[in-house]
Design a protein around this ligand. Structure first.
Ligand SMILES: [Zn+2]
Length: 199
């Protein structure tokens, strides 16, 4: 989820650069809506970021993939696996937890089966691991910032500042994120090479 200070600006950039290429499933939207509510588990920061996300998504209804076209068995397998990883790590389980991630992964699997190119965006290590088990590639917020730097939409300083803000609220492993600079003019840039392969 986007950090409070930068969310408005960044959602503009994200949906601008990735316009027509980003979708969220209806279960994820339900989770975001839940996060807008004043509950003990929803910090003030979270409620504010979630409310902004709901507002932005409301402006672009095509962002929501509500087709629910996926294999129910894959959804169940993914959901169970996410719950057991959470349980093993001593995290809270039960209720509607992980339904958004499970639906997203199941939907990615269905799209890949239909021959689509799909990348699952998540900052959650467990979700990323389970997606990989289903051969779904993932990116996290740090990779998105790197792509925006390579695309000339963000400079390195701004990207690094945004990343520092996000790391206060997210489970991304900072060690997995590079310098957030584009090396295309100075040598081989892994992100640029990778983008060229994927796009
Ligand atoms: Zn680059």
């Amino acid at each position: 989820m986007l950090c409070a200070a930068a969310r408005q600006w960044l959602s503009f950039i994200l949906f601008g650069y990735y316009a027509g290429r980003v979708q969220i499933t209806s279960a994820v939207l339900d989770e975001i809506r839940y996060r807008t509510k004043p509950r003990a588990e929803n910090s003030g920061w979270m409620q504010s970021a979630a409310s902004e996300a709901v507002r932005v998504i409301g402006l672009r209804p095509s962002l929501v993939d509500d087709s629910e076209q996926y294999d129910a068995k894959i959804f169940d397998d993914v959901h169970r696996r996410l719950q057991s990883l959470a349980e093993a790590a001593g995290k809270a389980v039960g209720g509607n937890r992980h339904t958004g991630e499970a639906e997203s992964i199941a939907r990615c699997v269905a799209l890949v089966k239909d021959g689509e190119k799909v990348i699952f965006l998540t900052n959650d290590t467990d979700a990323s691991r389970v997606a990989a088990e289903h051969r779904i590639a993932t990116l996290h917020f740090g990779s998105i910032l790197q792509e925006l730097v390579c695309a000339g939409r963000l400079d390195t300083n701004r990207a690094s500042n945004l990343l520092q803000e996000v790391l206060q609220h997210s489970g991304i492993n900072p060690g997995a994120i590079g310098a957030l600079s584009c090396l295309a003019s100075g040598g081989s840039c892994l992100t640029c090479d990778d983008l060229a392969r994927r796009l």
